[in-house]
Ligand binder design. Structure first.
Ligand code: SER
Ligand code: ZN
Length: 504
């Protein structure tokens, strides 16, 4: 996909250039074409690939310019280089440059560019196809050009073409470890049995459960195992992360690239004034129904999403800061609330839900420290699943979670950065359930939130999400509902199951 750029711009001068100033301008154009625009371009690149001013004229106080380029010193880059140069040249003649008006910006692409690869954005005024080329006529201001909007549009077209190519591929999955089969003592579906025993009941919302005392006894037992075997020994400290993620957080985390079909959106009232809301209240009082359309008119936002990935909302705590050497690796965790995902199609029992509970571990340090912490976690997790929960489980390298959540598939192509999923076998369905993960996220988060470490080495981070619903589903699916047959480490922590509710 070879781009060619044509840019017409009017530079408004503070006053009409004199004859001498115009002569200086002429020399400046020649100099720009001969040297200024060629600076930094690798040798051997054909001249027509490099930006040049192909025509110019002065009319009153306006300097009209036309620039053309291929991929090197793109027309818009050339324009700004020239403006800087020109400021000095014209300044000598007491002429200043006031503003730049972009009158035309066209990008011609050659090669196979399907319609589906061209984004629908207001910046793209028209798309014209001729034999073998596509011309994009862009509606862009000088500020847009300085923000490199054309380059970003082209990167996006490229990304969409690639997405089509890997569209047929599935997510990456590569086995790391397998525990081997364990004795099968139970074949039932744990959600159905928990419901029948009144341990859980559907909440009023989609993909939401209300967990009764017995289910929570299991949650707490798992939490205490995690505390004793993982958080304590590895030195993780508890924090409380926010549960509303603003667009700023989601932009920095990368989620803003593609998470839209899966988030729960958060809105705020347009005002707190009760009078503004009185008609809504009155409507409900008279009809017994909430007038949702009316409510929609009275809210602002959405301002962001309900907690989705759990770790992103931590990062503003360290944003823009440098971590002192002695504190590394920083190890923290959050278990203060729910995560929310608008799951597709069938919601399956407690293992695929819209609202779930998870302990999220986060660590930061050098690349080596971050990788080392992931290794230690793999070891302690393995200990827990082998010795305490006695699960039939396996682990696999998968598409990194941050890539998956940005809507990409495949491997990330790097040795050390990436996600390992832990999966448990579900005898009742014969399938494997992902119940937690461990990820080394590289410098993605420190970069996005501008976090540094004292030594000046790149800061890296990792995270690990422990899903309580998923642990419960995996455990009960394999071990059944008779505590006498549960592994001692779980049974003793759960204690006697509480029968708080009995129904007639
Ligand atoms: N933040 C990671 C995820 O959303 C790990 O919990 O998968
Ligand atoms: Zn995370």
């Amino acid at each position: 996909m070879q781009p060619r750029f044509t840019l017409s711009a009017d530079l408004q001068c503070s006053r009409e250039p004199s004859g001498e100033a115009v002569a200086a301008l002429e020399r400046a154009v020649a100099e720009a074409n001969d040297t200024l625009f060629v600076k930094g371009v690798p040798k051997g690149v054909p001249r027509e690939e490099v930006g040049r001013i192909t025509s110019w004229s002065v009319g009153g106080t306006t300097l009209h310019l036309v620039l053309e380029s291929g991929g090197y010193t793109r027309a818009h880059d050339a324009l700004f280089r020239f403006r800087k140069h020109l400021a000095g040249v014209l300044g000598k003649h007491q002429v200043g440059i006031r503003e730049i008006l972009v009158t035309r910006f066209a990008v011609v692409l050659t090669g196979d560019v399907p319609d589906s690869a061209i984004p629908r954005l207001p910046f793209i005024r028209s798309v014209e196809r001729r034999s073998g080329t596509v011309t994009l006529d862009l509606a862009v201001s000088a500020a847009d050009l300085e923000h490199r909007i054309p380059d970003r549009i082209l990167n996006l077209v490229e990304e969409k073409i690639q997405a089509r190519e890997y569209g047929g591929k599935t997510e990456h999955w590569e086995l790391v470890y397998e525990s081997g089969p364990k004795e099968r003592v139970y074949q039932g579906n744990p959600t159905e049995e928990m419901e029948a025993r009144h341990w859980i009941r559907h909440g009023a919302s989609r993909g939401q459960w209300i967990y009764g005392p017995q289910a929570v006894q299991l949650f707490r037992a798992f939490q205490s195992i995690v505390e004793e075997r993982i958080l304590g020994p590895l030195g993780f400290s508890e924090m409380v992360f926010p549960k509303v993620d603003t667009w700023d957080v989601l932009s920095r985390s990368g989620h803003a690239k593609g998470v839209y079909p899966e988030i729960y959106y958060v809105c705020t009232p347009k005002t707190r004034d009760p009078a503004f809301w009185e008609d809504v209240s009155d409507h409900f009082k008279v009809t017994g129904e909430v007038p949702v359309d009316l409510v929609r008119e009275k809210v602002d936002g959405p301002i962001g999403a309900l907690c989705y990935a759990q770790c992103p909302s931590f990062w503003p705590f360290v944003q823009g800061r440098t971590l002192a050497q002695g504190t590394l690796p920083v190890r923290i965790f959050d278990r203060s609330g729910t995560s929310h995902r608008y799951e597709s199609g069938g919601i399956h029992g407690i293992e695929r839900v819209d609202e779930f509970h998870r302990i999220e571990l986060v660590w930061l340090g050098t690349a080596a420290q971050t990788g080392e912490m992931a290794e230690q976690l793999h070891q302690v997790y393995r200990g827990v699943f082998e010795e305490v929960l006695e699960l039939e489980w396996r682990s696999a390298r998968v598409t990194p979670w941050f890539m998956a959540q940005e809507g990409m598939v495949g491997a990330c192509g790097c040795e050390t950065v990436g996600t390992t999923d832990y999966e448990a076998f579900l005898p009742y369905s014969g399938t494997w359930l992902e119940f937690q993960n461990v990820s080394v996220n590289g410098d993605k988060y420190p970069k996005g939130f501008n976090v540094k470490i004292q030594s000046g080495e790149p800061c890296w981070s990792g995270c690990s999400g422990i899903g309580l619903e998923r642990w419960t589903a995996a455990f009960l699916a394999q071990k059944g509902f008779d505590p006498a047959r549960w592994p001692e480490g779980v049974a003793s922590r759960v204690g006697e199951l509480k029968e708080i509710f009995r129904f007639l």
